[in-house]
Structure formats: C-alpha cells, structure tokens
Ligand binder design. Structure first.
Ligand code: SAH
Length: 376
C-alpha cells in the first residue's frame, strides 16, 4: 500500500489523512456536500482519493476480490468470453473491455485461459477502463509478460466502435451513490456537513426534483418500506456506464458480464459500507483512507442498458456467482488443477473453490448480470 503523505493537515487530524482537512475546509466554505459527491472525492480525488493513492487489494490491503483468490475465477470469465465471441460469429476485430481491472489479475488469467482458442487473441483489441494511474501501472506490469497490447481509458465512450465483450467484477459497487432518507411526509437527500466539533456529520436536504430513475426508487409507498429514517439509494454513475454499455451493445452487438454484490431492485436501504484493513469503519471517518462501496441495484443497470439499446438482460433475476462459475466449469477446472498438485496445493484449490462458489461464502452474495446486444 502506498503511503499517503499528509500535507497541510492540522496536528491531531493526520490519522484521518489529508483529504479530511481538504473536505472540511470546502464544507466550511461552501456548505454541506451531497453524499455521492463526498464518496466520489473519497474514492477518486485526483491526488488523495482512495483508488488514486492506494493499491487496496490482498491481505496487506483493505479487501480481497475474487480474481485475487484464485486464477480459476479469471479463467471461468475467459470461458464465458469465448462462448460470447463464438455466439457472435467470431467477430474480428472485437473490443475486449474490462471495467475497473484492479491489479489486472482477472484479465491476465482470462488471457492465458483463452490462448488456445483459434482466432480469439488475434481478433481481441484489449481496452481497460481505469481511473487510477497507480492501478493502471499495476495492470500494465501484470499484463507485460503476456505481451498483450492494451489501451487504457477513463471512460467507456472512448473505446472504438467495435462489437464488444465487456466484463466488470466489483466495479459498479465502487461508484458513488446518492442517498435519500424518509423525513415523514417527504424524502430528504443525505448531505455531509460538519458537527459542532468540526467532524463530518450527515444532514438532510429536502429532495424536490425527482428525475426518472429517482422516482422509481422513491415511489415505494411509505407504508411498505418508508418508515421514518428509511433510506433509498441511486447510483447515477452506474446508470451512466450501463447506458453507455447499452448504446454500444445496441449499435455494435456484443455481451457484457457484470459481477458484484447487490440486489434486484427496487432499492433496499442504506447499503454503503467502508473497510479499512479488512475491518468495517464509518465512511465518514477517514475519506481517502478506507474503501467505500455500495450494493449494486441490478434492476437499475438492466433497465438503463435496455432503454439505451441493449437487447436482453439475462439470466434475470441474477443467479449467484456460485451457479455462474459452476456453469462455466469451475469444478472440472479445479479437479484438473488438483491432478498433479501437492497435497497442500490441492487443499488450497479446494479452499478457493469453496470461497468463490459456496452459498455461505461469495457464491450467493455476489450476483451476475449478462447484457447482450440484439444480435446475440
Ligand atoms: N475488478 C478488480 C478491481 C475491483 S476494485 C477486481 O475484481 O479485483 C474497483 C476498480 O475500479 C479499481 O480498479 C478502481 O480503481 C476502479 N474504479 C473505481 N472507480 C472508477 C471509475 N469511476 N472509473 C474507472 N475505474 C474506476
């Protein structure tokens, strides 16, 4: 993990990092900021944002993701990608896109696993959508031994117009959410202000305008779910990426696989969580120093993508990651890896398989959504 050098931070606040002081100054000057704007700064502030200044993965970091648990995960995504490519009629060239590639592990495993599929590598144009310069460098280093020519972008819209096969693992949960709280009689939007001691504190701003995705989320009748203090969330950034995927799928054909923790809407409450060194903490405590995520509203993503041109959103409601990986053949792959492995290695393979697929582990918590273009 890269150290963050405090600059201009008043004594006593250094453990909260430089972003705390910057955001407190901004709130003192301009008033409370929307929760999603606070989350965006915490994650992607150009200098002190969590993803900009950290490599957060693994036992020394704040969390572990599926590709970091076992090579089998990326390999199974490779099976899915090849199947999608074959169903599309083997387009050459096509854009192989990963959104939020982390350390590049998933793509490296996918690439190795697809090496023997005739024509797949030659046809693939690899595009990685990544906001963090630090993680881009990490991805480049991971992919270098494979000699894959890759292109980096901050935005999916920058990818050339080709049939697309896109994957996103734990990407959408990193996109900021707006939060609305039932005030009795009306919804208020959660803002981040300062309490009497100058620490971050939530305040409410009565929500007046209700754009379309919001009205769907806030339409839940008070009697059914909106007790005083009930919370609803929307993810404008996620909706924008889903819309971009939908437009691309409609125009050029292709398929997109989204894996994340989340729910089939409508919204279910306050799902924001923060992690620092694998331990839960408040998302307001130390912006820029802890990972902040929210559960993904799969219905919102599918609705947005289809409104913009995606053909189908299947299978839906989303099956869990466990069922998806089993359907791709992860058990056979584990058996193959175990043949010829030492007893300790075989035990590690079984443990990884259990963690990725079992319903008590990641198998049910994580869901999958596949979006297709009209031509699949
Ligand atoms: N898919 C990886 C990493 C998940 S963490 C894995 O499974 O291990 C989220 C990833 O999305 C990180 O690479 C982070 O830098 C990137 N990211 C977060 N917000 C982003 C944004 N707005 N645009 C592009 N990439 C973003």
């Amino acid at each position: 993990m890269a150290p963050i050098v405090p600059d201009g931070v008043p004594p006593g606040q250094q453990s909260q990092g430089p972003l705390t002081a910057l955001l407190q100054a901004r709130i003192r000057q301009c008033g409370p900021m929307r929760f999603d704007q606070f989350m965006a700064e915490a994650l992607c502030h150009p200098r002190h944002g969590y993803y900009i200044a950290h490599d957060p993965f693994g036992v020394d970091g704040d969390f572990t993701t599926a590709p970091e648990i076992s090579q089998m995960f990326g390999e199974m995504i490779g099976v899915w990608a090849v199947d999608a490519w074959l169903r599309l009629g083997c387009p050459d060239p096509f854009a192989l896109v990963e959104l939020g590639p982390g350390r590049g592990t998933l793509m490296a495993d996918l690439w190795r696993a697809t090496a023997h599929v005739p024509g797949f590598h030659a046809a693939a144009r690899l595009h990685l959508i990544e906001v963090s310069p630090l993680l881009r460098a990490r991805q480049e280093a991971t992919l270098a031994p494979l000699s894959v020519p890759a292109h980096w972008h901050s935005d999916l819209d920058a990818v050339a117009d080709l049939p697309i096969i896109a994957v996103a693992n734990e990407f959408f949960d990193a996109l900021p959410v707006r939060q609305y709280e039932w005030m009795g009689g009306q919804w208020g939007e959660r803002m981040v202000g300062l309490d009497a001691q100058g620490a971050f504190a939530l305040t409410l701003n009565p929500a007046t305008a209700q754009p379309a995705p919001l009205s769907r989320v806030l339409a839940v009748p008070p009697a059914l779910g909106a007790a005083l203090g009930a919370v609803r969330e929307t993810c404008p950034g996620g909706a924008a990426v889903a819309a971009s995927l939908g437009r691309r799928l409609g125009r050029c054909g292709g398929a997109a696989l989204i894996i994340d923790y989340g729910y089939d809407g409508p919204a279910i409450g306050d799902t924001v969580q923060a992690l620092r060194q694998h331990r839960p903490c408040s998302p307001l405590l130390a912006p820029g120093l802890c990972d902040v995520t929210a559960h993904v509203d799969f219905t919102a993503l599918a609705t947005e993508a289809q409104a913009q041109g995606a053909g189908r959103a299947t299978p839906f409601p989303s099956p869990g990651q466990g069922d998806f990986l089993r359907a791709m053949g992860i058990e056979a792959r584990a058996a193959r890896l175990k043949a010829g492995a030492s007893a300790a290695q075989a035990e590690a393979i079984d443990a990884a398989l259990f963690r990725l697929t079992d319903a008590t582990q990641m198998g049910a918590l994580f869901k999958t959504l596949i979006l297709t273009g009209c031509r699949v």
